[in-house]
Design a protein. Sequence first.
Lengths: 416, 93, 979
Amino acid sequence: MKFSGFRVFAEAMRGHKGWRPLWRDPEPQPGYDVVIVGGGGHGLATAFYLAEVHGIRRVAVLEKGWLGSGNIGRNTTIIRSNYLLPGNQPFYEFSMKLWEGLEQAINFNAMVSQRGILNLFHSDGQRDAYRRRGNAMHLSGADAELLDQDGVRRMYPWLNFDNARFPIKGGLLQRRAGTARHDGVAWGYARAADQRGVDLIQNCEVTGFRIENGTVRGVETSRGYIAAGKVGVAVAGSSSRVMAQAGMRLPIESHVLQAFVSEGLKPAIDGVITFGAGHFYVSQSDKGGLVFGGDIDGYNSYAQRGNLPVVEDVLEGGMALMPRIGRARLLRSWGGVMDMSMDGSPIIDRTPVEGLYLNAGWCYGGFKATPASGFAFAHLLATGQSHPTAKAYRLDRFARGHVIDEKGVGARPNLH
Amino acid sequence: MLIPHPLLGLRDAQEFTYLGDASLIDRPEGSDEAALADYVYLRDNPAGLHRELWFHEQGDRSWLVVTRNTLTHEIVSAELARDVALARKEGVA
Amino acid sequence: MTRLTGGLIDRSQSLSFTFDGTRYTGHPGDTLASALLANGVRLVGRSFKYHRPRGIVAAGSEEPNAMVTLREGARAEPNTRATMAELFDGLSARSQNHVGPLSFDMLAVNDLLSPFFAAGFYYKTFMWPRAFWEKLYEPAIRRAAGLGALSEQADPDAYDRGFLHCDLLIIGAGAAGLTAALTAGRAGARVVLADEDFRLGGRLMAESDLLDHAPATQWIASVEAELRALPNVRILPRTTVFGAYDHGIYGAVERVADHLPTPGTLVRQTLWRITAKRAVLAAGATERHIPFADNDRPGVMLAGAMRAYANRWATAPGTKGPVAIFTNNDDGHRTAVDLMAKGVPIAAVIDARARSEAQGDYRVIAGGMVTGTRGRLGLRSIAVQHSGGSESLSVGALGVSGGWNPNVHLASHHRGRPVWDEARLAFLPGQGGPGGLIAAGACAGQGSTVDALADGHRAAVQALADLGLTAPALALPHAHPRAENTAPIWHVPGKRRAWVDFQNDVTVKDIALAHQENMRPVEHLKRWTTLGMATDQGKTANVTALAVMAELTGKSIPQTGTTIFRPPYTGVSLGVLGGGDTGTNFRPRRLTPTHTWAKAQGAVFVEVGPWMRAQYFVRPGETYWRQSVDREVLAVRSGVGLCDVTTLGKIDVQGADAGLFLDRVYANAMASLKVGMVRYGLMLREDGTLYDDGTCARLAEDHYVVTTTTANAGPVYAQMEFARQCLWPDLDVQLISTTDAWAQIAVAGPKARALLERVVDGFDLSNEAFPFMACAPLTVCGGTRARLFRISFSGELAYELAVPARYGNALMARLMELGADLGATPYGTEALGVMRIEKGHAAGAELTGQTTAQMLGLGKMVSKKKDAIGAVMSRRGGLGDDSRRLVGLVPLDASHTVTPGAHLFTAGAHPSMDSDQGWVTSAAYSPHVGSSIGLAFLERGDERMGEVITAANPLQGQSVAVKVVSAHFVDPEGGRLRA
C-alpha cells in the first residue's frame, strides 16, 4: 500500500476500512542471511538499506520491546551536519543528504524539516573554533554561515542580548539542518523494510550468540534460536551488555541524557538554537512543544531517568538565553541511555568474531546519523567493506591512536 | 543523588565530579602499550553494581570509590579511594 | 451569578474578573473555573485538532479542556488550567486556539474535515512535491498547532530555589495526608506537608460527608490548627511535588504569588528540592469518564467534579436545565444525592450496570447507556438507550463517572510499573517505586474516606517505624463507610466519534484505527494517536484508552500494557526550573584581585570562563580597541607593562616525594629541577594527548608551585589529586589549590627589573643572582610576603610577582605609582594574546585537547626515561605519525589579514577535505611585525619554512596567500628574556 494524499482522501471517504497494518508481526524463521539485533532507528534503517540497496531480503530485526523503543523514540529530533573533524563531517553530510530524500525513499512523511540550526558563540575563541568548523563543513560540501551579533539579532531578535552574563557574539548557522519526527523515522523505515520482506520481530530479546571457531552462527533469543549468516548489533545504550555475550569489552560507557518538552505553544522558535555558554538547546515541534535538552547527567546509568541538578542546569541556560519562555511549562521529561564512546564518535565495524558486526557509540548524536548509519552498516554487512564516509569508525582506532575526538576531552565519556 | 561520604556523611552528588570506573585505579605499570590502551579505553560498563570514582571537588577533595547500581542508582557503599588504592598495592606487594 | 448554599467561598467579598473581555464576579475561594461556572459560562475553549467547542470537565489539575491564557502583557501565561487558577480581583483570562470569536471559530471547519484527519494521517501525505513541506504544509500545520501563545516578552517575575530536609514528606493534604501528617507531627518527626491546592483537605472539601458528625471542614480546620502549632511541621499549600528523584529527593514548586494580581516584592514561584528520609504519597485519585458519542460538549463533566463544584464552590453545574448522571458505579449516585440536597433538579441517573438502585428521590435508568448528545456550543439534550428502548432527555449538564484512577504517578517515576487490581479496576502502585515512598489513601486504592483516613495513619506509622520513631495513638474521626462497586464498562459502542482524550481529540475510532494498523503496543498507540500527549498528560484518558485497546485485542488490560509516568506530575514553569538565575546572574562572576583598580583605570572586561578579566585599558582619545591594544603591546616591548595573571591556576605541591610525584604527572622531568628554579612543563592525558602546559617552580627541596592554564585550573588539580590518591597513594606528597590565595602580577618589558627593584625588600635582582627561570620567596613593599618568578609569556624580560590575594590591588597601584617615570602601563588579555602569538607560545586555541607535544614541536620533552601519565600512549602510531606542526604565518600582502579558523592548502590546490593541510589557530595584528600574523598547525610545517600557501576561509568567501615562518616572531634567540 502506497501512502499519498490521494490514499488519505480515498480512505476518509470509505471510513478508513482499507488501512492495513504498517508492518506484519511474523513468527521468527529458523534462519536468516542477516540478523539485526535492535529494532531502533539504526537497526531498522540498516534492514531497509540491506533490502533496498543490496537486495538482501532474508533479514530479521530482533527487538526486545516494541519497534522504535530505544533512543529513536526518546530524543530531541535534531538533524544536522556541522562537525569539525574529517572522520565525522563527510559521514554526517552524507546523512543529511539521505534525510533530504528520505520521505520519497520510504514513502512515509517523517517530517524532515530544514529550519536551520544556530550554534551561538560568546567569545572570540569560540568564534574562531566555529570558523574552523564552518570551513570544514564547506570543505565537505555542507552549508554553513558565520553570523555576527547583528546577524543573530536579525534572526532571533528576542534572544537575551542586553542583559547577559555571557553576551551573544554571533553564531554558526546551518540552514539545511533542522528536525525530523523521530517516531516517524522509525515507523517509516520499519514499514519500508517490512514491505521489502524484512521480518520485524518484536518482544524478542537476544540472550546470547552462538559462536563456533570464532565465527558467529546465530543468536539465542527469548523466542528460540535463530541462525544467521551475519549478525549486526545496533543496540545503542545496551551495546556493552549485548557484546559482553560475545565476550567483548567495548570503549563505551552508558550514560543517561535527559530531554524535555513543554506544553504546546503557538509558533515561537523557528529553528534549532544552541546556547554556547551553558547546556541548553531548543527547537519547537510541529505540534507546538518546545523540545529542549542539555548535558548528560554525567554518571553511568541504565535507569532511563536522570536527576534534578541537570534539569535546573538546562533551564538556567534556557532562561538566561531566552527569558521569554519563563511562563511556558515543562510538560514531560525523559531519560535515554547513551552509548558514550571514549572519543565521542561512533563505531561501525566488524569485530574479532567473524560474521559479527557492531554499530555503536553514538553518544547523544545518534538520531541525526540514522540514515547514514543504516546505510553504512548495511554496506559493511553486505560487502564486508566500510562505507567510504564511515572509514574512520573503526573499533581499533583507540588502540592505534586514531581517535575522532571533536571535543578534545580524551577518554572521558561523560565530558563528550 | 546523595553520596554517603565515609568522613562527611550524606553529601549531595552535585558537590562531586565523576570520573568513571574504579578500575582506573589499577594503572598498568611499565610500558606495555596494549595493556595501557585497554586501561584507558575499555570498560565493563555493567548494568548493575558499578564501582566508580567520584571526586569531592566542592568539598574535602577526596576521591571516593562509590559502589552504585546503574539500573536503580542505589548506592551500596562509598570508600576513600586512597584506602582502596593502598589496599590494592598491599595486595600486589 | 447563581450560587447554591454553603461552600468554601467568602460571600462577603466580591472579586471582579474578565474572561474574553467580559466582566464577571466571583468570591475569594473560587477558582477561575468555579467562578465561570457560577456565571453560567460553559464554553471556555477549543480542542487541539478539531477545534470542537469545549467546557470545563474537571475540578482539579487533571482538567483537559479549560486551558486559558491567564493575565496580560509580559505576565501572560498560556495553557493555564482554569481549575487551578485561584481567583483574584482583576484577573483576566482569554480562551485559546481559535480564529475569530470563541463561539464561532473559523478553524472549526477542521471538525467537518475530521475524516481526513484520522490518527497518523500526516505520516501518509504532504510528501509531494518535496519542497512544499517546509514552504507550505509545515508552516500551516505549525500555525494551527500549539495551544496558547507566549507573550513574546521577557518574563518579568523573579523565581527562587530552596532546599528542605525532612524525615517525612507528605504529598497531598487530603484525608490520608492529614492523618499521616498528624501522626508524624505528633511523633516529633520533621514533616513537610505539600498540596497543590490552596486549601488543605483535598477531596474532603468536595464531599458532603460528615466527619465526627460535623462538616469535614471542621475536622480539617482542627487538624490544620494543630499542625501549624507544631514547630516540626511545615505546611506548603499551593505546592506541587512534581517529581521523585534519587535517594529521597523530590522536586516541588510552590506557587508563591500566582494567586495575587502581581507578585509585588515576592517571587512568583519557588523551586524546592526536598530531601526526605521517607515520603507518603497521598495524591488521591482522578475520576475517569466513559466515552460515548459526542461526549465532549460543554456541559459534560466528570460527576465527581460536578459534586465538588456544588459542595465546595456552591456552583450549580447546569443552569440551562436539569442534570443527568451517567455512571458505572455507586459514586455517580452520590453526585445525584448531593446535587439534589442543594436543590439541583436531577433528570435521571443512567447507570450502565444492570442492577442499580436510587439513593434518593430521582429516576434511575439501570442498564442504560448515553449514546449521544446535542447542543452546538453547550449540552442541550442526551440520547439514552436502555432496556425499554431509547429516549432523549433534555438536560443542562451531564455528569459522567467511570470509576477512579489512583494517582500513582510519583510511585512510577523510577520506572516501577503500576499493577492492575481487577477488583478495583484500577492500576495501583507497583514494585520498584522510589525508595522510602509509601502510597496511602486513594492513590493506593483506599479511596473511601474511612479507608483513606486509616491508611494515611498506617503509612505514617510505617514510615516512623523505619525511622526508629514511635507513633502516638491517633483517634480517627468517624466517617460514613462507602463502596464504589465499579463495573468494567469502559465506553459506549457506536458509530459516531466518542472522545477518549479530549484535549488532543483522540477518539475510540482512532484507537480502533491504531489497532487496525498494528500500532498496538501501548507506546505505539500513544505516539500514533497522540493519546495522553496533551497538557493534561492523559490523566483522564490513558487507562480508558488501554481498556479500549484491550477490548480490541481480546487481551486483558494488564496484558495490553501499562503506562508509567515521568516527571513532572503537572506542568512546571520553565522560569522556576531555572531557579531565578537569569540575566547577568546566570553564573557567578570571579573577579581578579586587581579588579577594582582596573575598573578605575578604564578597563574593558571580558568573560574568561567564570572570570572577568581586563581585556584592555582605554586611554583618553582612544576610540577603537586596536588603538589601546597596540599601545599596550608597544609599551611592554619598549618599557614595562603590568598585567594581572592571577587567573592562571596555582597548585602547591609539598612533601618528601614531591619531585617524584611531579615526574609522574609531568611528561618532562621535574625531580631534577634545582631549588630556586622554574621549568616549563607539559602534562599529558593518559591517552598521550597534551592536556595542559605551565610552569613548575621549586621553592624548596620539598616544595613546588605548579601553574596551569586558566581554563584547566580545576581539572588539572582534580587530575593531580587523582594521581596522588588513586595511583600513587604511597608517595609522601600533599596538594592544595592556591589560585585564589595569591594575586599574581606579570611585570614585563625591558624596564621590568628597574621597576621591581623599587618594591623588593633588599633582594638582588641582577641577572647573575636571579637569572631567567629563577624563582624565590621574598618580601616586598616593606615586609609583605611574596613570591617572584622570572618567567615570560611576552618574550620580554619579565617577572611574575605573587603576593597574598588581599594585597593584589594595592601592589598593582604601588607598581604603577613607582613606575610612572618608567612608563609603566597596564595591559589586558588582548595585548597578552598579541605578545604570546608574537612569541609563538601556545594557548587555548592551540591546546584544544587534540594536540600532541610533537605538534607544538615539543615532542622531545616527553621523557622516555621515566613513566609519566600519557607517556607510553603518546608514542602510539596514530599520534607519532601525525606530522602537523606549529608554524607562524604572515600574509604575503601586509595589508591582508590572517584569519583564525581558516584552513590551509598548498598553493594552487583545490580546497577540499582531502587536500586540507591544517588550520590557523590564532591570529592578531602584530605591532612588532607591522602586519597581521598567525599561528597554525600545518602538515610537515617544520619542513616548509618560506613556502607560500593558501589560508582559505570559504565560510566567509576569503582566501589569502600566506608565507610559512617560524612561530617565534619576536626575539627567536631569546636574548630579551635573559637580558
